[in-house]
Design a protein around this ligand. Structure first.
Ligand code: GRF
Length: 209
């Protein structure tokens, strides 16, 4: 599939938690928008705030367990989630998956199938501070600048081609909470912008134009 499409793209947002990035995407692409619409929300966590936000707007939403890697030695739990997710992704004719605080890693097969059509947002200036608690990592490293990155998902963790980044200063009295809040404001601008770039055909997995 090639972007741009000659119709609104169907987005799937995957989220494990609060869902503020989902909110930002919904505000940028409200129902009836000519470029994109959020066609489904999927979570591994029945208590995710993101699911509540989807329900309030009558957006199809699905929950299916996805065990942590340590508790899923043979990967059967992950496989089951992916089979279930794929069923909904096909049913809703999804063009682009947006991971927004989704706390699980997919199999190489799933990543491969969605290559160029699956994005993630990470609250650091990648390639710095991959993985968990990047804001705390930034404070511990003593950097003076932090930010967020929207990138295509590839086989690694927080490693795929970068679409865009937004920067914020780290202030001397910052805590993990204050820095996270400053970065989050930028995340809410960055994610819709990145989606827009992809859907306009201006950013591709092979080459961010
Ligand atoms: C965001 O900081 C995102 O970058 C990270 O997880 C957090 C999710 O927040 N991957 P929310 O659920 O979108 O509010």
């Amino acid at each position: 599939m090639q972007f741009p499409l000659n119709r609104p793209a169907n987005l799937a947002v995957f989220a494990s938690g609060r869902g503020s990035n989902l909110d930002a995407i919904l505000q940028a692409f409200p129902q009836g928008h000519k470029i994109a619409r959020v066609a489904m929300v999927m979570s591994d966590n029945a208590d995710a705030g993101a699911l509540e936000k989807a329900k309030q707007r009558a957006i199809p939403n699905y929950t299916f367990p996805f065990p942590a890697r340590k508790k899923d030695e043979n990967g059967q739990g992950r496989k089951a989630f992916e089979v279930e997710a794929e069923k909904y992704l096909q049913a809703q004719r999804i063009d682009l998956i947006c991971l927004a605080g989704f706390m699980r890693l997919f199999s190489p097969e799933f990543n491969e199938r969605w290559q160029g059509r699956m994005l993630n947002i990470h609250p650091s200036l990648l390639p710095d501070f991959k993985g968990l608690q990047p804001q705390r990592q930034a404070l511990e490293a003593g950097v003076t600048e932090a930010g967020c990155t929207v990138h295509f998902v590839d086989a690694g963790v927080d490693t795929g081609p970068i679409i865009l980044q937004k920067r914020v200063p780290v202030l001397p009295d910052d805590t993990e909470e204050s820095l996270s809040a400053r970065i989050l404001v930028q995340e809410h601008l960055a994610y819709p912008e990145a989606i827009h770039l992809i859907l306009m055909g201006k950013a591709r997995f092979e080459a961010v134009l």
